[in-house]
Design a protein around this ligand. Structure first.
Ligand code: ADP
Length: 397
């Protein structure tokens, strides 16, 4: 199948893309880049496979008012000029929530899109942008094959006990269960883990995806057994602007005693909390690390403590721990956060080599550590491209 596969990962304020050769099986994109800062001061950047920056001077005008959909149209036009004579075979999208209906990568039809639309309230920060990207591509080239790859999909191997809430059965049957997220990232780590751990990759592993959104996944045999996110991407760890696990009684109090409505509570939980809310300074870990303000230090300390305590809560699913893997923006780059999390896990036999950690080395555990501690970059785009290739191959067979 000659031509290209385009992957789109539409986040709340960014649009990441990558162009892969549809035939080549390697994980390196021919072109990749992003529009960052959508809604504020958007900037476009792109690079070729060797890392060399590409000419972006002919990208259309971006401004604070440029929407995700408009950004995609500009991107598609730019790609048409820079991609060469290669036909696009498919566009693969990261879609955060697949709900009860979708776990495997799925070719998008009008009916699929309508069903994914019903899940917007479950992922208000991401799902609307994911679906806007699909619609923008459909308007540009209605005939083009579009494939949705779900962040919830990787967790479908979990057993019922890991998935249900202690709510009445009728609500469970309706689909109010723990779905889990960051599945494309966990899928990538699961694929590359044997390169780093050999046979221990099949053992008891916890992956910490620590970015703006943050979660943990407990894996055995490289399959998800439990995860820290639940019905929505609010549960679990402290995040950039999301609170993570919260006593549900707080919500009742806010409604009953403070008269807060749904929109206000949604804004509080998704946008005003987390590192941003606790520090009152920023949602950005790098900014907090450089700040030195006691509120910033407290936010980082809470992030680390909660990550360790949520990790401990996943251990019954595994019965112990052989390896801990850090990934995503904070996990790959913040030596301070990794050290702070691991400092709470000494009782498990986790021991970090300070010099290796400071260098963001792949293996940061000391020789005597009972648990391997690794730093492995995530690559959601490679997982989406692989899913597209598999579906295209099936369709051609
Ligand atoms: P997203 O969920 O938006 O994809 P990322 O995975 O890119 O997020 O992670 C963004 C987070 O990573 C931000 O909090 C950012 O400050 C943090 N980060 C990136 N580089 C560093 C660094 N060198 N030191 C500390 N934190 C970093």
């Amino acid at each position: 199948m000659s031509g290209d596969i385009l992957t789109l990962n539409a986040g709340s304020s960014s649009l990441k893309f990558a162009v892969f050769d549809a035939e080549a099986r390697d994980r390196t994109p021919r072109i990749s880049g992003m529009i960052a800062g959508i809604g504020r001061a958007p900037e476009f950047s792109a690079r070729a496979s060797g890392g060399a920056p590409l000419d972006t001077g002919d990208f259309g005008a971006l401004g604070a008012e440029t929407s995700h959909a408009e950004g995609i149209v500009l991107l598609l036009d730019w790609l048409a000029r820079h991609q060469g004579e290669r036909p696009l075979q498919a566009v693969g999208h990261r879609v955060v929530h697949g709900g009860k209906g979708f776990s495997a990568p799925t070719r998008v039809t009008d009916a699929v899109l309508a069903e994914l639309e019903t899940l917007v309230p479950l992922a208000p920060l991401h799902q609307p942008h994911n679906l806007a990207a699909i619609r923008a591509v459909a308007a540009w080239r209605p005939d083009l094959c579009q494939i949705a790859c779900f962040d919830t999909g990787f967790h479908h191997t979990q057993d019922r006990l890991s998935r249900i809430f202690a709510l009445p059965r009728a609500l469970t049957d309706e689909g109010i269960i723990r779905y889990g997220f960051h599945g494309l990232s966990y899928d990538h780590i699961a694929r590359v883990l044997p390169e780093h751990l050999g046979p221990r990759a099949e053992g008891r592993v916890i992956v910490a995806h620590l970015g703006n959104g943050a979660s943990l996944c407990a894996m055995k045999g490289r399959k998800s057994l439990a995860t820290s996110m639940g019905f929505t991407a609010l549960d679990g760890l402290v995040m950039g602007r999301r609170c993570g696990s919260l006593d549900p009684g707080v919500l009742l109090y806010l409604m009953q005693s403070k008269g807060m409505g749904v929109a206000e509570i949604e804004d509080l939980l998704y946008r005003q909390s987390g590192l941003f809310g606790v520090s009152g300074i920023s949602n950005n870990m790098r900014v907090l690390e450089q700040s030195g303000a006691p509120e910033a230090d407290e936010a980082i300390a809470l992030f680390a403590y909660r990550a360790a305590s949520v990790l401990a809560g996943l251990l019954p699913a595994l019965g112990g721990l052989d390896a801990l893997v850090f990934t995503a923006g904070i996990g790959e780059n913040s030596a301070r956060t990794r050290q702070a999390i691991c400092a709470h896990l000494g009782w498990l036999g986790v021991e970090v080599d300070a010099a290796a950690n400071a260098e963001n080395a792949v293996r940061i555990s000391s020789d005597g550590s009972a648990v391997d501690v690794l730093v492995v970059p995530t690559d959601e785009e490679a997982v989406i491209a692989a899913a597209c290739r598999a579906l295209l191959d099936d369709a051609a067979a």
